[in-house]
Design a protein around this ligand. Structure first.
Ligand SMILES: Cc1cc2nc3c(=O)[nH]c(=O)nc-3n(C[C@H](O)[C@H](O)[C@H](O)COP(=O)(O)OP(=O)(O)OC[C@H]3O[C@@H](n4cnc5c(N)ncnc54)[C@H](O)[C@@H]3O)c2cc1C
Length: 738
């Protein structure tokens, strides 16, 4: 290795695992050749070297599936392109169900796969047996076969990606630890190593389980934590077919892979062992962790029962290695909201090999163009909330994350660990009222209220939900009487300053120069006209506004706003914690709130889309007449210390009006019924307001325009869009887009 590090690079990548190598490969492929990949030890020496190398294609969404498909295609051609073997083998994969619920899940996955353009077959027990004759079929209900799934050698793939990068001018340095990321004026400007400093326009943290600490050193939040991850490899088995597909038996938490005549058995056990929370040894490289037979024994026992050949084969290797996991079992990609020009690609939750190609493709284009080429909000680093880096939270949560890869992916499945983290001030009251909580970024939110003998817990199912009668009752009360929703989790920012109006007008599609007390529904678009955020803005005073958005995009939307307020006389402050919100909705909400406040809340005195301060009990609260459920109602924004008092007052008076607690399921059901969109589900940065049917928010003629106006005007003239991603996708997928 040469230690003559360059003085400057367009992009410095920290970490020479498969992900860092893939980013270098893809950056050089799209013309950014001045790339430096810095690895503290040797390439692959972190987690990559010991991965099992399974490469599956079906993921939870269309875009992630497209990326996984892209990865397979990349691996297929990499050897030819670089001359470096990759061990790529396309023997397909079989997932086996042992319960009717699992078979239903697999069949749903198969129909999704077909829709995404993947080859897939639902197969019977007999067909499974024909493909993997050594497997015991006891208890098997059926399975699915994906013929294009496969396996690779992760070390070889990483070397091939690095070779591809080098061949186009990229530089790869081993034994080159990045000691510090250099930041100036809120922007990354380079990296410091023991052998010198490299000035860089962009820095990518692709440092595996080291990423959390590296990010923290510059104020970038990357919540991940390693867990021990196990597999065994048998002695050679004479009868084992070399073309055996990868087999997954998720109900037994196991996967099987043929590996040079031996059988590898890996585990995704329900309760994993967090590792390395106290810090990772500086010298850590190609490390294996101690065996833990007690921990692995239940997996091994079911593996022996499933593949009886294992009983006599003997175990050649008991492997235990660390891998990083995240609180929501999704990896992190994109530009960090805290520091400009710092990009993140890490936290791969045991699918880093099969995700590496797609992650490299997306991040390289993100770096080049300043935005991702497609909607990747599910993996965008901006979904993270600051508290999630708390070590105790992480340690507890990741013990569950690992097992979730093979657990049943029930609709509405709730996390079982690290619960009760963020609670509304009225949480004890809603709990007493029978709330069954769902967790979103740490918030405990009443999803539904158990009643009429329904047990206050989820009865998971792919069929009719056990909570349905309760939500149905809530909706009927909402439509005929009144109901309240605890919406403390909704994010709120106060935007203030001489330039506040100009900044908000620039980012919003709607006109912000409205009368004091007006509530305006708007989108925030990017230059391409895609919807970055969907929210309301209330003008509190001349230069003072309140922005209200969802719980999930709290970090993302604030970061977007702050970036566009840079250099302006305007501050945006997150007041979510201090300003819980209770929504009172339904035809009787007016009478209830009039009684409580003593104010006239008629249409004339308090029109829709306006906001006023009213009194409830001994408190003053901001009441905004707006609705996300399609009924007459008010959102009450209450300073946190008054929330319990306001709730008690509301609840006591509400009895006479039939006030009913209602949960997030009812909110979702009712808003869907009215076709109120939800960012992240119904629209994303890939769709424009025009496509989303939200063109009515756009103030085309407003002074100074707004971000995305030019693209939207073109789109208005010619509704079918053309962009890189569409062009790329139309070349790579056979499936219709929608
Ligand atoms: C037992 C096991 C089986 C697995 N099986 C599969 C599988 O079948 N399929 C699959 O898709 N995934 C699998 N995985 C997961 C996969 O191995 C990882 O997701 C993937 O390797 C992560 O790659 P990475 O590049 O993000 O991290 P790493 O490989 O850990 O690379 C990060 C690199 O950054 C370097 N680094 C850290 N700090 C610095 C610094 N300051 N300066 C310079 N360099 C630095 C480290 O030395 C390291 O080499 C498995 C994991 C395990 C543990």
């Amino acid at each position: 290795m040469s230690k003559s590090l360059p003085a400057r690079a367009d992009v410095a990548i920290v970490g020479g695992g498969i992900v860092g190598a893939s980013i270098a490969y893809h950056l050089t492929k799209i013309g950014i050749a001045n790339v430096v990949l810095l690895e503290r030890k040797q390439l692959t020496s972190g987690t990559t070297w010991h991965a099992a190398g399974l490469v599956g294609q079906l993921r939870a969404s269309r875009n992630l599936t497209e990326l996984a498909k892209y990865t397979t295609g990349l691996f297929e051609g990499l050897e030819k392109e670089t001359g470096q073997a990759t061990g790529f083998k396309q023997n397909g994969s079989i997932s086996i169900a042992l319960t009717e619920g699992r078979f239903e899940e697999l069949k749903r996955g198969a129909s999704m796969a077909k829709n995404f353009g993947l080859e897939v077959d639902v197969i019977s027990t007999a067909e499974i047996k024909a493909r993997v004759p050594h497997y015991n079929m006891d208890g098997v209900t059926g399975g699915v076969f994906l013929p294009k799934d496969g396996q690779v050698n992760p070390i070889d793939v990483t070397q091939a990606l690095a070779a591809g990068a080098r061949s186009r001018g990229g530089k790869v340095f081993e034994n080159a630890k990045v000691i510090r990321i250099l930041v100036k004026d809120g922007k990354a400007v380079g990296v410091e190593t023991a052998d010198g400093t490299i000035e860089a326009d962009r820095v990518v943290i692709a440092s595996g389980m080291w990423s959390r600490e590296l990010g923290r050193s510059i104020g970038v939040n990357i919540p991940l934590h390693a867990c021990e991850h196990f597999y065994i490899v048998s002695e050679p088995i004479a009868d084992l077919a070399r073309n055996m597909p990868v087999v997954r038996v998720p109900d037994e938490c196991t996967y099987y892979k043929e590996d040079a005549g031996k059988l590898m058995v890996g585990a995704f056990e329900p309760k994993a062992k967090p590792w390395g929370g106290g810090g990772i040894d500086e010298e850590h490289a190609f490390v294996t962790l101690p065996e833990d037979m007690d921990h692995f024994e239940p997996i091994l026992a079911s593996a022996i029962a499933r593949v009886p050949l294992l009983e006599t084969a003997g175990i050649q290797l008991f492997f235990n290695g660390p891998e990083s996991f995240t609180p929501d079992v999704r990896y992190y990609l994109g530009e960090a909201p805290e520091v400009k020009n710092v990009y993140v690609a890490t936290g791969f939750n045991s699918i880093g090999i099969q995700s590496a190609g797609g992650a490299g493709l997306v991040l390289s284009q993100w770096i080049k163009n300043g935005h991702p080429p497609m909607d990747v909000n599910g993996i965008d680093i901006r979904r993270i909330h600051p508290f999630q880096s708390n070590k105790s939270y992480l340690r507890e949560r990741v013990s569950e994350s690992l097992g979730l890869l093979y657990a049943m992916h029930w609709p509405y499945r709730q996390a079982e660990t690290a619960r009760g983290v963020r609670r509304s001030p009225i949480h004890p009251y809603t709990k007493d009222l029978g709330a069954v909580f769902g967790e979103v970024n740490g918030w405990e939110r009443p999803n539904w209220y158990a009643r009429d003998g329904v047990a206050p817990e989820y009865g998971y199912s792919y069929g009719r939900q056990n909570w349905w009668p309760c939500a149905d009752y809530e909706a009927k009360q909402l439509m005929t009487g009144c109901a309240f929703f605890d919406q403390a989790s909704f994010a709120k920012y106060i935007v203030e300053g001489k330039d506040a109006l100009a900044v908000l007008n620039r980012v919003s599609t709607a006109e912000m120069d409205v009368a004091e007390g007006r509530v305006v529904y708007t989108q925030w678009c990017n230059e391409r006209g895609g919807i970055e955020a969907d929210l309301t803005v209330t003008r509190l005073g001349g230069d003072r506004f309140m922005v209200v958005t969802g719980a999930v995009p709290q970090t993302r939307d604030l970061a977007w706003l702050k970036r566009h307020a840079e250099g302006k006389a305007c501050v945006a402050v997150d007041v979510t914690s201090g300003l819980p919100m209770i929504a009172v909705m339904g035809p009787k909400s007016r009478a209830l709130l009039e009684k409580l406040s003593g104010d006239d809340l008629s249409n004339a005195a308090f029109p829709f889309g306006t906001s006023q301060e009213i009194e409830i009990g001994f408190a003053r609260v901001r009441a905004s007449r707006i609705t996300y459920v399609g009924e007459l109602g008010w959102e009450l924004y209450i300073p946190a210390e008054f929330a319990a008092h306001v709730f008690e007052t509301l609840w006591a008076a509400g009895k006479a009006f039939g006030l009913t607690p209602a949960g997030m399921h009812t909110m979702n059901n009712c808003r869907m019924e009215k076709a109120y969109r939800h960012w992240g589900h119904d629209m994303s940065d890939e769709e424009t307001p025009l496509e989303a049917g939200l063109g009515f928010t756009i103030a085309w003629g407003k002074k100074g325009g707004f971000i995305g106006k030019e693209a939207l005007e073109k789109h208005r003239a010619k509704p079918v869009r053309e962009n890189d991603w569409y062009a790329w996708r139309s070349k790579t997928t056979r499936s219709p887009r929608r």
